[in-house]
Design a protein around this ligand. Structure first.
Ligand code: KIV
Ligand code: ZN
Length: 547
């Protein structure tokens, strides 16, 4: 049983910002994206990426369109250092991409970081130190002034070392780590103290990154914190305000979105939400959330399965089947009413109109998904899904009452097999039920016109014995029913082409009813000759009546 939590945990105090403006704002353009897959993402892996995987991830990020990529923590290990050197020495960084590296506010590590960056055309040096009270007290034993001193000393060293290498275009970034639990006025003081040293300008901005290193409150609280900082950073026009949300409470996406409404211009995160503990914010979801609001994110996820595959190969972490936009099942409907609505939506959706297919927040084709997975049939599905699959994959358009009838056939099978049926399974079931019945089998027929209508002579098989029948009527169907002498009336008849083109195949569906029956049963015939298709449909209905 869970303990009474009030003795162990406390709620986060709201921010005093009664004139907050972010709730009335909306996001109208994408942020500057920074991928930290190779740093925060990599450091959180059970097995960190090897050099080949790192390169594969780097190339993927470039291909997606990231222009800022945090490629590592070069002072943390030789492997991290070597990867940065490898990118630089092999000229693997495109001209329009800037790499970023992380370094703690420590003199020796800053020197090592600059050594790793030697010769790079442009780079962002990202310095951080933890600023939250618990960290100051428990981890570092430093008070507020000493913590500011640590940050400013590091900022000065970064500034000086950069000045020694004017061949590189430098940009500086500072993160008050654990910002979410840091007193706001202290966060402001330390960020402004760092900015004071870097003296950014509107032409050469510094980045202030506000990390939700641990997510501790609802996303509106984070938005308040960000808006508060947005109002207090000096000089604001010389700062790119960035957020870096983690997902401890499952709100990393919401926090990053509300933070943009609150003034953040840049977002750091990882593909599919990889990262420490519950992960960094998922940049794929953030980008696609923009896309489905009609805003191009500037990142290309048009082949999302390929991106997911590379990410999984590099991280060795699976992507959940229900992961937004990328999971295997996220465009799939199993429930009958959803399938019905989707089928109707697809039928009226025009390619040049706003997307309005019910239950599908976006067109799966936009992320390279086929419509194959949109509808899948299990025991909770209904006629809509079954009809959708048969139409999509076999060109079979079934009249509604036949959909209902076949739906019951499928349901019975489903109750016995108990597992999902593919469209091939459905087609097989349909074939068995309607096209391969017995005792009657069609062999051939001849039609001739009489003075009063039509005469048919048909060769059939009944229980594997030849059977020749003949009859007359006002048309082929009437003549054939008379020849069969089964006392059946036609309740519904429909014929249409199964395929387009010159060698089109006809599908005839017929509902036949005897005098004693309330409702008849359906038969289906498929044949290139439309009359033969109708005769087959009649035999199919007879077979289903007397199997
Ligand atoms: O989550 C975090 O605080 C970080 C910083 C180092 C930016 O990853
Ligand atoms: Zn982080």
């Amino acid at each position: 049983m869970l303990i009474q939590p009030q003795t162990k945990y406390q709620s986060f105090q709201p921010i005093d910002l009664s004139d907050r403006t972010w709730p009335a704002k909306s996001i109208s353009r994408p942020p500057i994206w920074l991928s930290t897959d190779l740093r925060d993402g990599n450091q959180a892996l059970i097995e960190p990426m090897n050099p080949a995987q790192k390169l594969q991830m780097f190339n993927l990020l470039v291909q997606i369109g990231f222009k800022e990529i945090e490629v590592g923590f070069p002072s943390a290990s030789q492997a991290e250092f070597d990867f940065v050197r490898y990118l630089i020495e092999h000229c693997l960084i495109p001209d329009d991409v800037v790499i970023q590296v992380l370094v703690p506010a420590r003199e020796d590590l800053i020197h090592r970081t600059f050594a790793a960056l030697k010769g790079v055309p442009q780079a962002i040096v990202h310095v951080y130190n933890a600023t939250a009270p618990a960290f100051r007290r428990i981890v570092f034993g430093r008070d507020q002034d000493q913590t500011i001193d640590l940050a400013t000393t590091a900022a000065q060293l970064v500034y000086d070392l950069a000045a020694e290498h004017p061949e590189t275009r430098w940009q500086f970034q500072y993160s008050p780590e654990v910002f979410t639990s840091t007193e706001l006025d202290f966060a402001r003081n330390i960020c402004n103290a760092v900015l004071d040293i870097w003296r950014p300008t509107p032409q050469h901005q510094a980045i202030i990154n506000l990390p939700a290193s641990v997510e501790v409150a609802t996303p509106n609280v984070f938005a308040d914190q960000v808006e508060w900082m947005h109002r207090h950073l000096i000089p604001r026009d010389s700062v790119i305000l960035c957020v870096h949300t983690h997902n401890d409470r499952g709100c990393g996406i919401a926090a990053a979105e509300l933070a943009q409404m609150a003034g953040a211009e840049r977002v750091e995160g990882c593909l599919f939400g990889n990262g420490e503990r519950t992960g960094n914010v998922d940049l794929v979801t953030l980008a696609m959330n923009l896309y489905t609001q009609g805003i191009h994110p500037g990142l290309d996820f048009s082949q999302i399965d390929e991106v997911a595959q590379v990410a999984q190969d590099c991280t060795q972490l699976p992507i959940h089947p229900r992961h937004p936009y990328a999971g295997e099942l996220v465009f799939t409907a199993f429930s009958g009413s959803h399938q019905d609505a989707i089928k109707k939506g697809f039928a009226v959706q025009k390619s040049d109109e706003l997307w309005q297919v019910p239950y599908l927040p976006m067109d799966p084709a936009d992320v390279g998904r086929t419509y194959e997975s949109v509808v899948r049939v299990n025991s909770q599905s209904g006629k809509g899904g079954i009809a959708f699959l048969l139409e999509r994959d076999y060109g079979l358009v079934l009249p509604r009452p036949l959909q209902i009838e076949f739906g019951q056939v499928v349901q019975k099978t489903m109750d016995t097999v108990g597992q999902e049926l593919s469209s091939a399974d459905l087609w097989q079931l349909f074939t068995r039920e309607y096209l391969q019945g017995s005792p009657f089998k069609y062999q051939s027929h001849q039609m001739s016109e009489t003075r009063s209508g039509w005469k048919i002579v048909a060769e059939l098989e009944r229980e594997q014995q030849p059977l020749k029948i003949q009859g007359e009527g006002n048309g082929p169907i009437d003549a054939f029913l008379n020849a069969l002498d089964q006392d059946l009336q036609v309740c519904h008849y429909e014929e249409r082409a199964l395929e387009q083109g010159s060698d089109a195949v006809a599908i005839a569906t017929i509902q036949l009813k005897s005098a004693q029956e309330q409702k008849g049963s359906y038969g289906v015939g498929i044949h290139p000759n439309i009359v033969t298709a109708s005769l087959l449909a009649i035999l199919s209905a007879c077979n289903r009546k007397h199997p």
